[in-house]
Ligand binder design. Structure first.
Ligand SMILES: Cc1ncc(COP(=O)(O)O)c(C=O)c1O
Length: 403
């Protein structure tokens, strides 16, 4: 079947043209608008997952579409041998948002850190890992991360990911990673020996089950890193940019990290990642140490510039917090819900007496998209612009799925 025929609405070919890394797709989706998606048959679904915390402004946001259209007609790509305006502006805005409410940020608009642009969360973390090795120097290259974490699928970020079952098939993985129990300061203390350059953590473990760090733990980690001269690197790929009710989840937990990575929501669906580091840390990189052809190119950064502008205009952290509270209160009132954990609009609904995969399938039949983040918990990560009516509709569908 020709690509043209597929595009014209013919059924997909029997033989799946994609590698079998994701299992069989539940649906083929053809269109999205705001919190809604449509399949080939014209059925509508309330998207409570946002492409895994990516489309934080909803689908087909007009400001992002317009920015892409304008940029595509102006300058689609130049190499990183040259600078472009959108990239510089996005880097400046990220630095300013990272400074929101944080001590030590210049009040005059001067920057506290510098940004490296990548194309994904894993690549943003890969930059952070290389930065840690450059910072530590030879013999001091180990990065400590937590069991239950998720940092990506490249060989290095896979090893940083604290899920040994995911490592098995791909041994040997790059050397220089160590894992400690989550929320256990004593274990971290014992793990930081003179070979350690950095600690890498998610403020809320997303893929690991939506497990928020306590302020006490993260502040303790900050103290330990300061005492030992080790970098504190926070992976905010899933939690950043308003999702957790603050610009960055760590801002709710009272710490200032040395390195922060973001991706997912930054392009609202256009692939882009970024690794920010304090200027004195970023200074350990020299020209030639790290590079990428597409990272920071003008189409992606024009989209990110539009995303950040809408996010600021709409005050998405406050909206996420408000909608999150409504969702939590409604979910807690449902029979079949044991509890809800998370921050802002990154939530896990812990079920009582239900298999999460069955509930995901039932919700899909009813017209809502969520995923099973553990065998007993659903993950909800809707658009940060979700309306009260849409939250109430989500709760009604959840009640029906659990009935
Ligand atoms: C916390 C975290 N870090 C890194 C990644 C990897 O990002 P990507 O899939 O864009 O490489 C993810 C993806 O889910 C993530 O949740």
């Amino acid at each position: 079947m020709s690509l043209h025929a597929v595009a014209m609405g013919a059924p997909p070919p029997d033989h799946c043209p994609l590698m079998p890394t994701y299992g069989a797709p539940a649906l083929q989706l053809v269109r999205g608008e705001g919190s809604w998606l449509w399949d080939r048959a014209g059925r509508r679904y309330l998207d409570l997952l946002s492409g895994l915390a990516v489309t934080s402004l909803g689908h087909s946001h007009p400001a992002v579409a317009e920015a892409l259209h304008q940029q595509a007609q102006t300058l689609l790509h130049v190499s990183n041998l040259f600078g472009t305006e959108p990239g510089w502006q996005v880097a400046q805005t990220l630095d300013r948002l990272l400074g929101t409410g944080q001590p030590g940020w210049p009040a005059d608009g001067g920057m506290r850190g510098q940004v490296f642009f990548a194309n994904s969360g894993a690549e943003a973390n890969e930059c952070a890992l290389k930065l840690a090795r450059r910072f530590g120097g030879r013999g001091r290259h180990v990065v400590v991360s937590a069991f239950g974490s998720f940092h990506g699928r490249t060989l290095a970020t896979l090893h940083a990911t604290g899920q040994p079952a995911k490592h098995e098939a791909f041994q040997p993985l790059p050397e220089g990673f160590r894992h400690v129990a989550w929320e256990d300061l004593g274990a971290l203390d014992a793990a930081i020996d003179p070979t350690v350059a950095a600690v890498l953590l998610e403020p809320v473990q997303g893929e690991g089950g939506v497990n928020p760090a306590s302020a006490e733990y993260l502040q303790g980690v900050r103290r330990l890193c300061d005492e030992r001269g080790v970098l504190l690197m926070l992976d905010e790929v899933q939690t950043g940019l308003g999702r957790c009710g603050a610009w960055f989840a760590h801002q709710r937990l009272g710490v200032v990290p040395d390195v922060v990575t973001v991706a997912k929501a930054l392009g609202n669906g256009v692939p882009i990642g970024a690794c920010w580091a304090k200027t004195e840390v970023a200074a350990v990189f020299e020209p030639g140490d790290h590079a990428t052809t597409f990272g920071g190119q003008p189409l992606a950064t024009a989209a990110a510039r539009a995303v950040l502008a809408v996010m600021e205009a709409e005050d998405v952290p406050a909206r996420a917090e408000r909608a999150g509270q409504r969702l939590v209160a409604g979910a807690l009132a449902l029979p079949g819900v044991r509890g809800v954990r998370g921050m802002g609009l990154l939530l896990a609904v812990e079920l009582a007496g239900h298999d999460a995969k069955d509930v995901v399938a039932r919700l899909l039949e009813l017209g809502a998209i969520v995923n099973a983040v553990t065998p007993t918990a659903l993950r909800l990560a809707p658009s940060l612009l979700i309306t009260d009516d849409e939250v109430d509709h989500a709760l009604a569908l959840l009640a029906e799925a659990l009935a």
